[in-house]
Design a binder for this molecule. Sequence first.
Ligand code: GLU
Length: 490
Amino acid sequence: MNEIRTRFAPSPTGYLHVGGLRTALYNFLFARKNNGKFILRIEDTDRSRYVEGAVENLIQTLKWCDLFYDEGPDVDGPYGPYIQSQRLEIYREHVEKLVQKGYAYYCFCSPERLAALREEQLKLKVPQIKYDKHCLKLSPQEVQKKLESGEKYVIRLNIPENQTVKFYDIIRGEIEFDTNFIDDQVLLKSDGYPTYHLANVVDDHLMKITHVIRGEEWLSSTPKHILLYEYFGWEKPQFAHLPLLLNPDRSKLSKRQGDVAVEEYRAKGYLKEALINFVALLGWNAGDDREFYYLNELIEKFSLEGVNKSGAVFDLNKLLWLNGEHIRKKSVEDLLPLLKDEIKKSKYASQNFSDEYLKLVISAMQERIDFVHEIITKSYYFFERPISYEEKAIQKNWKQETPEHLNLLVDALEKLDNPSKEDYEKALNSVAEKLQISKGKIIHPLRLALSGTSAGPGIFDLLYTLGKEESIIRIKNAIQNITYKEPKTS
Ligand code: GLU
């Protein structure tokens, strides 16, 4: 059997759409699963949509997601170049072959004539607005004359009338299109650039693509591609059209309803593991209800048979949940560089925290966050001393006798030498015992003193992470700064 070769063929629009990421991912998974090759091809033949830096951004985003390709603009390979704007000669050569065989023809119609034609067809309410093959009637001599006189032209595909184009889609089964509903597609534009259809088919053939896996929005283009393969006399690849991505209200996923750019999710602090996991489930499942996957597990489980036909709802809550899950499953070592990146972006950027300290902070917070940056926002007190104390918690937990209790605790802490978590626990227990009070009477105000808040990691994690010296300073500060409030009597 031939080697399986898939491709991701984005048009560089400036950002990678989450739908594009899914297409890239499924192509990648299918190739990897079958020991095939995954190719990146840049489809940049629409010059009006050219965006500076878009290709670099796209490549960077794919690599950030760990979707490495075997052939592409910056890795090269036997069938390059992998950027369509560098292959213009190839398309011209090929389209000319079609013209010679009568499968394509020169069209010199002016934009005005085309607009009038459209207008007229609209008025007549024809079932399909189409070019009327006017220029197909030109004799070869007439065509030659017009070309020599420099008239502007396009080259169109000569779609036959009254035929049915059939093909098999791996996800959707047999599909048929009536050629009477297909326009004589422009293949080569007046600026000399090919249209998507020509370049896409020529490249898929020359790059030996065996499986074309792409979004459902390309399904209506496929009959034109099938005809092109037939006219060129080439073997067709297999097709698989992925289901649409939908908003929760089942409308088509659009920029208006939220973020669609992978880069934006990355900037918001989503992990690549969570994004990939989430995107994999947009239209695919392994036949069970498992939801948590790593990329290598996806490679193992993925199949095109597991892809659904019906639209896949983009559920942000699920992405959020997966992000938290992936964070919780990561090792402290793996989270360390991510936390450091977040610190660099924060107001604590100029401070120096040791790796040892940051690892303790991560251990204390890992179970309590959905984003790495929440380590900073939810527990800023690990990065600076409390700047205020929660008013409600003072009312509730700071009693008249609290300073005395905490002073005793300070005494006990001072006696400790390089304490472990258990040592802190023992010290606190002994103070509670001596005072004949419940531990809670010390723990709540202690937490307030250490962190300024009433929630957070376990109290011994907090003490252990901050360390003895810092804990003592904070307790003393709190005793000085918090004033006892008489309980409100009504
Ligand atoms: N260039 C098309 C896009 O932007 C590729 C579609 C296809 O995969 O054939 O998605």
